[in-house]
Each structure stands twice: as C-alpha cells, then as structure tokens.
Design a protein around this ligand. Sequence first.
Ligand code: PLP
Length: 394
Amino acid sequence: MSAPFRQHWSLDPEVRFLNHGSFGACPTAVLQRQSELRARLEAEPVRFLHREVEPLLDEARAALAAFLDADADDLAFVTNATTGVNTVLRSLRFAPGDELLTTDHEYNASRNALEFAASRWGAKVVVAKLPWPVPSAQAVVDTVLAHVTPRTRLLLVDHVSSQTAVVMPVARLISVLRERGVETLVDGAHGPGMVPLSLRSLGAGYYTGNCHKWLCAPKGAAFLHVRGDLQAGIKPLVISHGHNSPRTDRSRFRLDFDWLGTHDPSAVLCVPHALKVVGGLLPGGWPAVMEANREKALAARKLLCERLGVEPACPEDMVGSMAVVGLPDGYPERPEPPLYLDPLQLRLFDEHRIEVPIIPWPKAPRRHVRVSAQLYNTHAEYQALAEALDAQPR
Ligand SMILES: Cc1ncc(COP(=O)(O)O)c(C=O)c1O
C-alpha cells in the first residue's frame, strides 16, 4: 500500500487506515523526538522535572500559541479534550434552574460531563436538535438560538462533531451568544490542524482542543484556552503546588496548570516538533495540509455517496477532513448494546483490512460510515471501501 506520505507514519502497512479522527496517528519523526525527551528525563529525573521542564513547556506553549493565534498566557496544557471540557464544567458554578445548552451532535463524554455538572447544581441540560441533513451553517445558528432563554448560562458545542463530522459555525455561535450574555465552551477535539483557527478572533470563553488528533502530536497532548477575564474561575481538576505558590513571575492560571503532580510531559513537549514535521510535508505548510485533507475528504464523500446512491449530509463548506455518508437500508442491523462496535465495522476490518467507524445516526438502526483524510491516505483506499461496502451481503 504505497502512498506518497505513508513512510512518515508507522501505521500497519496491511491496513487501510481511514480513521485518523478517533485517536490521530503520530509520525515516526515525532515519536523519535518523544523517545529522546523520555531518555533525557530518565537520565536525570530531578534535573529534568525540576529545572528543565518549565522552559520547555513555555517553548511548546509559545509554538502552539503562534499556531492557534492565541496569547500563550491564556493556554494551559491538558492531557486530552475530555479533560479540558471537564475542567471548565467542574469549575463553573450554576444555580438551580440555570440552563446549559448543547446540540444533539455533542460527543458522548462531553455530554456526560455537562449532565454531571447540571445535576450537581440543579441546573438543566437543554438539547437543540439540529436539522438532519444539515441544510446550512445558518440553520445551525438559528436552531441553537431558538433554544436560548434568559436562563441560558453556557453553550457547549463541538467545533467539528465526532458522530457527524460537521464543521460547526462556532464563530457565529460564540458571537451571537455573547451578545445575549452567554459564554461558549467549544469542544475543539478535532479543530486544531483540521480547520484554520484564530482563538484570538473567535473570542470563546473556553476552547479546548487536542494536539494528538490532527496536529499529529503524541497521545496526551491537548490544551485548554480560557479568555483572560474568565481565568480566575477555572481550576484544574487536580489541585497541586501552584495553588499556593508564592511566585509572582507568572499567572496563577499558569502556575495552577503547569504542574499537576509527577507525570510524563513528553507528549506536549513534542507539539512544536509535530507542527514543524507535518507542516513541513507540503510546500504550503499547514494551510496546504488542511486544504489537501479537506479536498481528499470531499472527494471520498462524493465517491461514496455516488456508489451508495445517497445525498451528502451537509454542505461542502461544513466539511473538514472527515465526512460521513449514510448507509442505505439493507445492511445487517446493528445489534443492541453492550456490543460496542458495529458488526459491519468489524467485518470491514476482518475481511478487507479497512479501519473505518460505522456510527449509528441519527438513531439506530440508521447508520453512517465516517471517513477521515490525512496526508497518508490515498483515493484508492476510499475506492476499496466503496467496493467493500458494495460487496457486503444486503
Ligand atoms: C467532539 C469530540 N470531543 C471530545 C473528544 C474526546 O477526545 P479525547 O479522547 O482526546 O479526550 C472527541 C474524540 O474523538 C471528539 O470527537
């Protein structure tokens, strides 16, 4: 399975890997840097963790801030987007009757965190059901706005939804909600590296994003961005030395988040290298990488829609580097839980060596297939998927 960029990743050559979206995939050059950092840590743990890690963290944060067009002082490293979402939701205080707004596309773990926060304070989760298929970005904004009331305190929204791969109009949502005095928590698990981002101009109260997905950093690299005026209200899930540190040379936000107890910081320290390695694979840098992946996802969507005889689920301007395509009737039904993975997904892997998620949506037994597009993918892999889907007994 030779592909122009495949040699930069250590992915199993026997597998057509069409699921970058779930956990990302890290290039070998970045993993090599991580091994070097770990070797350095273990050669002298005290020197590394007491004296060397802080400037390295600052360097990583500065590189990430430049990429995200953010102020480094507003960025905290966390281990994943789930932690970022929980950090905000478990810091905020709500009153009984407050409404926490989200959409029916929200990622299950983040929705759970929202439900948990609501139940703790006697608040209520309000779910805006978006039209499906999604006709336009404006339809998303209108539907969300129709659910805003004087009791709405927060909007939790995916930047790019996991189950439906829709790039949400977060800039418009943040701005119209702010006009109504409502802050937005953006679950940007898929945002960085998939879509161009300027956190400065987005102006979200809270934005959490993964670096281990589309930035291709090692697993455990993610960030939480909190607007300056809201930072005093946000505490890490783990209270550590920063809480009573007498230092005045850096903000309490930074002191709080930079040391959460002994851990391996190598994943976040590799963020600058991941930015350099992946951004260096195309002459146009990151904008070209994002655009190439998007073009590939759109081409894959077109191919699969034509082959399966279905319509696209959202306009092209709401597609990033993932796309979903509805499965027509006739595929064997998905069994009831507790079986986690769809039997069709398992069959595609076992019989065709295709790694791709089959997702129940909008409601079982309706399902769709979600393809990811990363530099290492080729159009031939989506063709193989289309043929394999066609070949399934129906
Ligand atoms: C929208 C969304 N939010 C949150 C997550 C969770 O990311 P992580 O497992 O890195 O915390 C995902 C993972 O796919 C996601 O798609």
